[in-house]
Each structure stands twice: as structure tokens, then as C-alpha cells.
Design a protein around this ligand. Structure first.
Ligand SMILES: *Cc1c(COP(=O)(O)O)cnc(C)c1O
Length: 406
């Protein structure tokens, strides 16, 4: 069958911010996708930690279709039943007492940072406006969040940048302590740096940040856009660490593939964002609310959380075996189903080559920086798909090794 559109059209028509793979996926089920030519791919990428229940989950389809027949959108002059039910689920399951809904991770972080500024301005004044973030962090692409992110390459071309943001070294409490003082209104940190290379925080580091924030009346913001919604084997990574933030941002898997984000916080802080202080047209719309509610219902179950731990073992064992045979990785790290294979010196900088070789073998993987191959599959991926995907990954690794020698 002749397709009307091809991958070449991307290079003609789309703003070139991405370099997508050479094939176009057209349908999917569970953790398997098919492209325009009918070739199959096992999905270890999960739409970048989004498709936490795989593709075309029957209960998510039903939630979306049922809501689509009822009510799509009303705007924020009206509330709706699905979003209220989802808010209650998030509140019951976490430290939070209030939720602000939006459409993406960047917007959730934007809301969190604006909340922190306003809390401090209301209580103290504009002199308390400092934000401490971390090198190699990723918080999104709006100007405020990309500045908070710790990768100057992503922000420098868009100067002048919002002020008042400093970057300490991740997992180095002393470097953070040197920057956090009474003029600090917020500390924003990923419990596991995702884009920055799949680097889990040390428990003592997060605990130390909690104490510094308490000492200086600064809000502790956990960016759980990637680590949340069951990814680590806990509903949110803060539960795994036993360190509770003042504000938590969540997106990616929250909608299971439907765009949705949220900022969670306590009553005390939520209060400062009174009527008219912040907002978004689509945030908490009924379609997103219906899907998000079903995602939470399906994921926040002990058997799903235990399943994440079990699948972590399948991946860790499989990847360690591959590494014993091929000697490619200096470290296999991460929590739950957010895993990173750190390429050793011989293959440093080649993560993209592994990603492309995997696609040729029928496997979708992610990278996290130039030297880490990242996996963020469905939390309910089948054992058969994990085995087949790892077999394809080993073939891809062999192809990269062969290519490097030829
Ligand atoms: C993906 C991501 C974001 C940005 O989310 P968008 O939905 O792309 O705006 C923010 N923080 C972290 C930790 C992420 O992984």
C-alpha cells in the first residue's frame, strides 16, 4: 500500500527541532508497535516514560471514548466530574492536599516555580526570590523551566533568561548548602535525573535538601515528571526515598499518552494562588481527567508496583548477561523501570548509534545524553516482550561493535 505521507515529509514540513527515527509507527498494542511497512518494534522507550500502561490499553480506550461521547471541554469557568475524581485520587494517594492541572511537565514546573516565588513574596518580599536547581537537571522547555534546567546548551540561545536561578552540583549536598540561604524561595530537584543520564539521588542528599529548605523557609519542589506514576516501583519516587516535598510536579505517565500534567502541594501553599493568579485553558479538561483517573486507578495497585520490581529484575539480569558477553557498559543504573546503561570508554558518545542499531533490529530505546542508553518501558510490559526486546538489543549491540571495528 502506498502511504500518502512519508518520513521525508518531516524534513520538509516540520520545524526541525527533532530528528525522529527513519520509520513511522502507525499502530500499536501492549508494548509492540508496527510501522508503515508492517515491521514490528518492541517498545522499551514507552514514549519517553509516558505509555506506562503500554499502547491501546482497553480500559484507557474505554475511558477516553466514553468521555468523548459525553463532554470534551468547558473551560475553567466550569469544573467537571472527571477532574474532581482524579484530584481526589491524587490527594488520597500522596502528601498533597491541592492539585493544579495543566498539560505538560514544563507547565507543571512553571506553576511550581511561580507558586514558590509568590509564597515568598507574600510572606517576606521580593528579596526572597532565589531558586536553587542542579547541573544536568531537566525541567522542560519554557524559558523559566529551561533556565532552571542545568544544561546551558538548551537555554543560552534564548537569552536574556529569567534571573535568580543558580545551579548546584547534583548529589553534592555541600554545594547546595553553599547556595541555599534566607533569600532562597525554592529548591527544585529530580529525585532521579532522567534526561541527565538516569542518575538516582542519594537518600542523604534529598534528606539534606529537606533540612536546608526547612531551615531557610524555602519550598522543596520534586520534579517527578519522569520518576512519577509508578515508574520507580513506588507511586512517586519521594515515597521510595521517604523524603516529602512541599510541591511535586507530575506529567508524562499521568495521562498514559494523553497530554496532562499536575502540580501537587499542600493547603498552606496552594492558598497563595488565588483566583486569577495563574491558569491555563486546557488544564484539567474532562478528556484528560477521565484518562488520568483511569491511569491512576490501574497503576496505583500493590500488584502493579510489585510487577515493576519484578520487571526491573528481568531487565537488570538480561542487561548484565549481555554485558558479561559484550563488555559495553561501565554501569547499569536506575530504579524500577527507569534504567540507564552507561557506555564504557570504548563506546563513549555512541548512545545514538545504539539507538539507531536497535531500530534496525526492531526495538525502540531512548538515550539520556551521548553516553547512556535509557529504557522506560510500560510498567506492565509482558515477559515475552522483555525477552524478545533484550534479544534484539543484543543483536543491535553486536552490530554497533561490528560497525566500530570495520
Ligand atoms: C520530560 C520532563 C519534563 C518536561 O515535560 P514536558 O511534558 O515535555 O514539558 C520536565 N521534567 C522532567 C524531569 C522531565 O523528564
Amino acid at each position: 500500500m502506498q502511504s500518502e505521507v512519508t518520513r521525508a515529509n518531516f524534513d520538509q514540513w516540520i520545524v526541525p527541532t527533532y530528528a525522529p527515527a527513519g520509520f513511522i509507527p502507525v499502530r500499536a498494542s501492549g508494548s509492540t508497535l508496527w510501522d508503515q511497512q508492517g515491521k514490528s518494534y518492541i517498545d522499551f522507550a514507552g514514549g519517553i516514560a509516558v505509555n506506562a500502561l503500554g499502547h491501546a490499553h482497553p480500559e484507557l480506550q474505554q475511558a477516553l471514548v466514553q468521555q468523548a461521547a459525553q463532554l470534551w471541554h468547558t473551560g475553567n469557568g466550569y469544573t467537571n466530574e472527571p477532574v474532581l475524581k482524579l484530584a481526589k485520587k491524587l490527594i488520597d494517594a500522596t502528601f498533597a492536599e491541592r492539585v493544579f492541572f495543566c498539560n505538560s511537565g514544563a507547565e507543571a514546573n512553571e506553576a511550581a516555580l511561580k507558586l514558590a516565588r509568590k509564597v515568598a513574596h507574600d510572606a517576606v518580599g521580593e528579596e526572597k526570590s532565589g531558586i536553587v536547581a542542579f547541573s544536568n537537571a531537566f525541567h522542560g522547555r519554557t524559558l523559566f523551566t529551561v533556565t532552571a534546567g542545568g544544561q546551558p546548551a538548551y537555554s543560552k540561545d534564548f537569552a536574556p533568561l529569567p534571573g535568580g536561578i543558580r545551579h548546584a552540583v547534583f548529589n553534592d549536598l555541600a554545594s547546595a548548602a553553599a547556595m541555599i540561604d534566607d533569600a532562597t524561595c525554592a529548591v527544585i530537584v529530580e529525585p532521579i535525573q532522567g534526561e541527565g543520564g538516569v542518575v538516582p539521588a542519594e537518600p542523604a542528599f534529598l534528606q539534606g535538601l529537606r533540612e536546608l529548605c526547612d531551615t531557610h523557609q524555602a519550598l522543596l519542589i520534586f520534579d517527578e515528571v519522569q520518576s512519577g506514576v509508578g515508574r520507580t516501583g513506588s507511586l512517586y519516587a519521594y515515597m521510595h526515598y521517604g523524603v516529602t516535598p512541599d510541591v511535586l510536579t507530575t506529567a508524562k505517565a499521568l495521562g498514559g499518552g494523553f497530554p496532562m500534567g499536575a502540580m501537587l502541594t499542600t493547603e498552606k501553599y496552594a492558598r497563595v494562588l488565588g483566583v486569577g493568579t495563574h491558569g491555563t485553558t486546557y488544564g484539567g479538561n474532562p478528556l484528560a481527567g477521565a484518562v488520568g483517573g483511569k491511569v491512576m486507578e490501574l497503576i496505583n495497585r500493590p500488584e502493579v508496583m510489585a510487577g515493576v520490581a519484578e520487571r526491573h529484575r528481568w531487565f537488570a539480569e538480561g542487561l548484565n548477561e549481555i554485558n558479561q558477553r559484550l563488555h559495553l557498559f561501565s554501569e547499569i543504573r536506575g530504579l524500577g523501570l527507569l534504567l540507564g546503561c552507561v557506555l564504557n570508554q570504548d563506546h563513549s558518545g555512541q548512545a545514538k548509534a545504539f539507538n539507531q542499531a536497535a531500530a534496525r533490529e526492531g526495538l525502540m530505546v531512548l538515550i539520556a545524553g551521548a553516553s547512556v542508553v535509557r529504557f522506560a518501558p510500560s510498567l506492565i510490559i509482558s515477559e515475552g516482550e522483555v525477552k524478545e526486546g533484550l534479544a534484539r538489543f543484543e543483536k543491535a549491540c553486536l552490530a554497533v561493535i561490528a560497525g566500530a571495528q570495520s
